[in-house]
Design a binder for this molecule. Sequence first.
Ligand SMILES: Nc1ncnc2c1ncn2[C@@H]1O[C@H](COP(=O)(O)OP(=O)(O)O)[C@@H](O)[C@H]1O
Ligand SMILES: [Mg+2]
Length: 234
Amino acid sequence: MGCVIDLASVSKEYLLGENSFKALDDISFQIEEKQVVVLWGPSGAGKTTLLNIISGLEKPSHGEVRVLGLSLEDSDEDFLALFRCINIGFIFQSYNLVSSLTARENVELMMELAGWHDDGRNARLASELIRSVGLSDRANHLPAQLSWGEQQRVAIARALANDPRIILADEPTGNLDSSTGREIIELLRRSSEEHGKTVVITTHDERIAGLAHVIFHLDKGRLKAVDRPDRIRH
Ligand SMILES: Nc1ncnc2c1ncn2[C@@H]1O[C@H](COP(=O)(O)OP(=O)(O)O)[C@@H](O)[C@H]1O
Ligand SMILES: [Mg+2]
């Protein structure tokens, strides 16, 4: 199985006044196609920074990042934006839905950004995705008219909209009650098992860790341990 994400000695330093602060310190790992990978660690461990670096939203201070064979440091911003639209579905911690667009339109927007121009087909696929996350009766609601859990489900439908090979999810059950959290976990499991996506999830949630093929434990920006709870499944 191919390696889709390859980090070699990645560090990230932030300048705070005169001092620099290391949010990530010499991280190296590889993620294989179709794996579900959990980035586990306390708040401040560097999980969000790592997801941002994998998606090319942030650049490492040192080290190399290759995603689907592309070296991110050699790519300019415009190319990276297009690369993300085509290959990556990002479920942000704060959802980042467009507030003036309905649930279905938010999903359809990702298809347009990925360069899919058949409006009739996009609208049909968007409706199917909205149904698959259990929100058919909310398809025409604006984000402000939806609960947190419903917004999170729209964010997941949107992350799948461009049929990306990689899904990155930042604490996807963080703001949810436990039954909505279970539904989100089920959607992530199906993304991997039925749709063959590579899924990288940051979390503190034991139930999500239960889905993982590999768990990278982070603490204070360092990779402390690697667990492979289920070697046989992939
Ligand atoms: N833009 C920034 N400037 C300065 N420090 C930052 C910035 N972004 C993150 N940090 C710091 O880097 C550390 C890791 O942050 P983050 O990746 O958000 O951790 P996590 O997602 O694991 O909670 C934290 O101590 C945070 O304060
Ligand atoms: Mg975070």
